[in-house]
Design a protein around this ligand. Structure first.
Ligand code: HEM
Ligand code: HEM
Length: 201
């Protein structure tokens, strides 16, 4: 039974899940920061000038940029390459409507998701936590970080829609499943990590 189900490597689920959680958390707290201090492009006015929102958002940003995203990027580069852009991506785009065409679009969406996350993280590094409290809303870096938010929301929507299109709900759920096969046990991680690190040399 288990074998016939969609199965994602445990390490992928772990890294992917942590990134999904933190990036969605950063997007929500980022919006709340904007909503609290700025709101020039519309908003919900849920809170006003709430300083701790900036700290909470900075904490999400910190964990993404120094721990979660770097680990996931290494995983994707070493072990998850076949789900990202391929050397023949442009060629495959010619097969409009065929299954390979959809898989190619999904791989583009996965790659775009990573680029969007990187964009938001890098632009986040150029923020100053004192700008908004001091009423400085016109820094170029701030606008770039706001654009990064839009790009993340766009990328996430495309990523989810493409995954749903290619694999439906079972694929989406498989990414957050907590059951793992014996051979995928953390006991073998050390061995696997060595294999992964030496595979592409
Ligand atoms: C997906 C969306 C977002 C992500 C992934 C993200 C990520 C980050 C990162 C990585 C940092 C640097 C944190 C650090 O190194 O300490 C940061 C800082 C910051 N971001 Fe965002 N951000 C997002 C959206 C937003 C939005 C919409 C705003 C709206 C105002 C915003 C406002 C800020 C501010 C004020 C800082 C400085 C906070 C500090 O230095 O403690 N972010 N963000
Ligand atoms: C609730 C949110 C999310 C869901 C439900 C979701 C779902 C999925 C699914 C079903 C796949 C497998 C696609 C395939 O078979 O090719 C996947 C892969 C992937 N996702 Fe997400 N995702 C979410 C959020 C994110 C976020 C925030 C990121 C940004 C870092 C991300 C980056 C990726 C990447 C890079 C892959 C390919 C992994 C590989 O190389 O093996 N996802 N996601």
């Amino acid at each position: 039974m288990l074998r016939s189900k969609l199965y994602q490597p445990l390490l992928l689920r772990l890294f992917h899940g942590i990134n999904a959680l933190l990036i969605i958390g950063a997007a929500i707290t980022g919006f709340l920061v904007y909503d609290s201090w700025d709101g020039r492009f519309g908003g919900l006015s849920l809170t006003k000038t709430n300083r701790s929102l900036i700290d909470i958002h900075g904490t999400f940003g910190f964990f993404i940029s120094y721990i979660a995203l770097p680990l996931f990027l290494i995983y994707c580069w070493k072990a998850g390459k076949n789900r990202l852009l391929q050397a023949d991506t442009l060629q495959q785009l010619g097969n409009v409507g065929r299954p390979i065409w959809w898989y190619t679009l999904q791989r583009i969406a996965n790659t775009f998701m990573l680029i969007a996350a990187l964009f938001s993280v890098i632009s986040g590094k150029f923020q100053d936590e004192n700008w908004l409290p001091q009423g400085e809303l016109n820094h170029v870096a701030y606008y770039i970080h706001l654009i990064a938010w839009v790009v993340v929301i766009l990328a996430l929507s495309i990523h989810l829609l493409m995954s749903a299109k290619v694999g439906g709900l079972p694929l989406l759920i498989s990414m957050f499943d907590t059951i793992y096969r014996p051979e995928d046990s953390p006991r073998f991680w050390q061995e696997k990590l060595n294999n992964i690190l030496h595979r592409n040399k």
